[in-house]
Design a protein around this ligand. Structure first.
Ligand code: SAM
Length: 280
């Protein structure tokens, strides 16, 4: 295995700093630096890029990002035990790594790095979906980030890229695909991590489009989609009853059969329905 940098192997780093994995922090570490460099490359050319990494842990992916040429990495880590290991990486890459000991749900990256930035992270499972939904629903579009390259449980990754007619198709697919290009670029077995999780993991690359694919008001679309998928086995005329009093007319105007179910409805039709609902 070729070394990507002159820092010690991650197993040594973990032993030296006593970084036993904590389940409640979603700690499943990647120790193969060739693999973390490959994940960094999946984010595209990093030279000249500012990168936000959530949950650097002992720093495997951080080292991959820096070795692959990121101009500056802001690494936000909740677990203070990781700070000494991360400080060693910062010393090896002077001026290119800022470590913030914080909860990623509590900070605004723009207080620390300029837009546009790329987000690259092996996300903690417990907060991964919440962070993704926040990134996909900013107050203004285009967002401050230009791409998200994120490791999730494979099942979550499949929900992000799902197409109509599949069980995985739902709110996450609509949110991600309305204003972004989303694809799975890598799938890893549990053994790639220390300790191994129970399931496979996948890296999803999400790129922000300059404009939504179809016009719609974000809040209305979100309301319609949430109602439709909350009761996904019900026909839309029933599941969307609370969304608008004359929902059958709205469905008809959007070209949707009132007996259809949410999982059959394309993104384009959901946007058409959101436009009809917004007319009231
Ligand atoms: N990036 C490392 C790697 O690939 O080996 C670690 C990934 S591990 C799946 C998730 C990391 O996120 C852990 O280091 C954990 O302490 C950190 N973490 C968990 N919750 C967090 C939060 N709310 N904000 C920031 N970091 C968090």
């Amino acid at each position: 295995m070729s070394a990507i940098d002159k820092l010690p192997p991650l197993r040594e780093v973990i032993a030296e700093h006593g970084l036993s994995a904590k389940k409640q922090l979603g700690q499943n570490f990647l120790l193969d630096l060739n693999l973390t460099a490959k994940i960094a490359r999946a984010a595209g050319d990093l030279s000249g890029c500012d990168v936000l990494e959530v949950g650097p842990g002992p720093g495997g992916l951080t080292r991959g990002l820096l070795a692959e040429g990121a101009r500056h990495v802001l690494a936000v880590e909740k677990d203070a035990r990781c700070l000494p290991a991360l400080a060693e990486i910062a010393d090896a890459y002077p001026g290119r790594l800022t470590v913030l000991n914080a909860d990623a749900l509590e900070i605004d990256p723009l207080d620390h790095i300029p837009a546009p930035y790329k987000v690259v992270a092996n996300l903690p499972y417990n907060v991964g979906t919440e962070l993704l939904v926040r990134w996909l629903t900013p107050a203004a579009w285009p967002p401050a980030w230009e791409s998200l390259t994120l490791m999730f449980q494979k099942e979550v990754a499949e929900r992000i890229v799902a197409q109509p007619g599949s069980k995985a198709y739902g709110r996450l697919a609509i949110l991600a695909q309305w204003r972004c290009e989303a694809r799975i670029v890598m799938t890893l077995p549990p053994e790639a991590f220390t300790p191994p999780p129970k399931v496979h993991s996948s890296v999803v690359r999400i790129t922000a489009l300059p404009e939504p694919r179809f016009p719609a008001d974000a809040a209305t679309l979100s309301r319609v989609v949430a109602a439709g998928f909350n009761q996904r086995r019900k026909m839309l005329r029933a599941s969307l009853r609370g969304v608008a009093p004359n929902i059958e007319d709205k469905l008809a105007a959007a070209g949707i059969a009132p007996t259809a179910r949410a999982e059959e409805i394309s993104l384009e039709k959901f946007c058409a329905l959101a436009r009809e609902v917004a007319k009231d």
